[in-house]
Design a protein around this ligand. Structure first.
Ligand code: ADP
Length: 519
């Protein structure tokens, strides 16, 4: 580069500055209306024939917008006056250029072009780098007031905003493209449900999963109808919860592909998105085929169900024999004790096997919910009486559970209270208190079972309700269990349209809560 100015035109932070300039991916790109319009506006405001939006690269000055200079796309950095404007964060003005010592040998000024007036405001990035200018040029001398400088600076700020905006738009486009590639690779179907316009747009892959051809129209109703009836209500409710309350959509259900006579299992996750004004605007998400996984799970469940069932028969007869022996062994204290212990062990085993059977039934959707109306207090009193005595825990307090009438499966909900209470007992020292509370929250009753036990780490909390999940630690290793209890509790509560969750501080204690709709 031949420097015609006789002064150093390379700023101190040049290397970093060039890197920042590259970040905007704007060098050597075609003209764009947004920039042309600003340049045109500048010529009108200042009544000049030439206006340029320039970006100063290492050797060249590139014009992103050019009004009045024909097809010129760039010029050498050693000639362009923008190289000088780049050195000062304020506006650089030459009202009478031929009189400026540093422009004496500049070909634009001294040569045929005859430049007489130049004003350039630098384009300053949000992190303070000067990457180019918004400048105006005339072939006659001109006065440029302070007010004019302010206006030119304002235009430069608008140009810079446009450059930043353009970059984020490029980013969004790139993200979209990446997402498209990932979606294709993972064979994900996607949908977009416009809430106001009530418009449903399924992707071709989604249509395929529902048994539709790429160019066939598939309505929202058709999508719902493809879901077998016994799952349809659950799906509708999950969609409602997402679109009305913004809850996360995360569901597994089968889909009937009638055309290919196939039942496909899919997993779908989605979210409610808001418009810029904060109003719910659309419900979108992705879904994929999980048929193979479901088939594996079904095989496993069938196996567990079969084994559990087969184990129950010999266990029942073993229990019978022990009871008979107990009747015959009245006098011998050792035998009576030993048989009572054997009986307890058999009861434990029976409970575990029952747990497995319940899991496989839930998984297969074969659990029947037997609805009746009752006070939640009845369940709590029963569980406290039974467990408090058996497990020698007198310190169980429950005093706020009056008058909450609910409807549900009393046995199964009893199982939930029992499980949560027996966990509270199992996982806390004998001398500590366990408190059971009930309170109304809107149209729900919220039950809390609070212990002062070992507590749960945050990393374990979200997995606690998964099937067969047990916390691995020295404290829990010695406590019997298979990690099915909480899974069953959460399934039972879900079927009653309630919620089960835990709040806990590691080392201090936990509170398990569940809610149920009040009548
Ligand atoms: P388990 O039969 O192993 O008790 P659960 O599903 O009932 O199975 O519980 C899963 C795991 O959650 C337990 O192994 C235990 O680590 C943890 N947990 C449950 N309740 C409590 C509690 N009240 N305090 C601390 N940890 C608990």
């Amino acid at each position: 580069m031949k420097n015609t100015f006789g002064i150093d035109i390379i700023p101190e932070n040049e290397l970093q500055r060039l890197e920042v300039l590259k970040r905007y991916k704007i060098l050597d790109t075609p003209p764009e209306d947004a920039f042309n319009n600003i340049a045109r506006l500048a010529t009108q405001i200042f009544n000049v024939p030439i206006s340029l939006i320039s970006l100063v690269d290492s050797e060249e000055v590139f014009f992103k917008a050019n009004v009045g200079m024909g097809n010129t796309k760039s010029t050498s950095r050693g000639i362009s006056l923008c190289s000088l404007a780049l050195l000062d964060p304020e506006v650089t003005v030459f009202e009478n250029a031929p009189k400026e010592p540093c422009l004496l040998t500049n070909p634009l000024v001294a040569g045929e072009f005859g430049l007489k007036f130049y004003a350039g405001a630098p384009l300053i990035t949000h992190d303070g780098f000067l990457i180019g200018t918004m400048c105006i040029v005339d072939k006659i001398t001109k006065e440029f007031t302070l007010k004019d400088r302010e206006i030119l600076k304002g235009l430069a700020a608008i140009v810079m905003d446009e450059i930043e905006l353009r970059l984020s738009a490029i980013g969004v486009e790139q993200d979209k493209e990446m997402l498209r590639m990932a979606t294709d690779a993972a064979k994900l179907g996607t949908w977009h449900l416009d809430i106001k316009a009530n418009e449903f747009i399924p992707s071709p892959r989604l249509k395929q999963l529902f048994g539709y051809g790429h160019d066939e129209i598939m309505s929202y109703e058709a999508a719902l109808n493809a879901i077998p009836q016994e799952y349809r209500e659950d799906v509708k409710m999950a969609i409602e919860l997402t679109t009305n309350n913004g809850s996360k959509y995360d569901i597994e259900h089968p889909v009937n592909d009638v055309k290919n006579n196939k039942l496909r299992w899919i997993k779908a996750i989605g979210k409610l998105y808001n418009s810029a004004s904060g109003e719910p605007s659309h419900f979108s998400g992705a879904l994929w085929d999980i048929t193979e996984r479901k088939q594996d799970e079904n095989r496993k469940n069938d196996f567990i169900a079969m084994v559990s069932h087969e184990l129950k028969t010999p266990l029942t007869s073993l229990k019978g024999y022990i009871q008979m022996l107990q009747l015959k062994a009245n006098d011998d204290v050792f035998i009576v004790n030993a048989l009572s212990k054997a009986n307890n062990q058999i009861n434990k085993m029976h409970k575990m096997i029952q747990g497995f059977l319940d899991v496989s039934r839930f998984e297969a959707g074969k659990i029947h919910i037997d609805i009746q109306t009752f006070q939640i207090k009845e369940l709590i009193d029963e569980a406290v009486d039974e467990l408090g005595t058996i497990m020698h825990r007198p310190n169980i307090i429950s005093h706020t559970c009056e008058d909450f009438l609910i409807s549900g499966d009393k046995n199964k909900l009893g199982q939930v209270v029992n499980n949560l209470l027996s966990n509270a007992i199992k996982y806390s020292p004998k001398s500590t208190t366990i408190e059971i509370t009930c309170k109304q929250v809107n149209d729900l009753v919220q039950v809390g079972i609070k212990d002062e036990g070992m507590g749960i780490k945050a990393s374990d909390m979200e997995k606690l309700f998964d099937r067969f999940y047990r916390v691995e630690s020295d404290n829990t290793r010695s406590i019997a269990g298979f990690g099915v209890g909480l899974y069953l509790c959460s399934e039972i509560i879900k079927r009653h349209h309630g919620k089960l969750w835990v709040e806990s501080e590691y080392g201090k204690g936990s509170t398990f809560y569940f809610t149920l709709p009040l009548i």
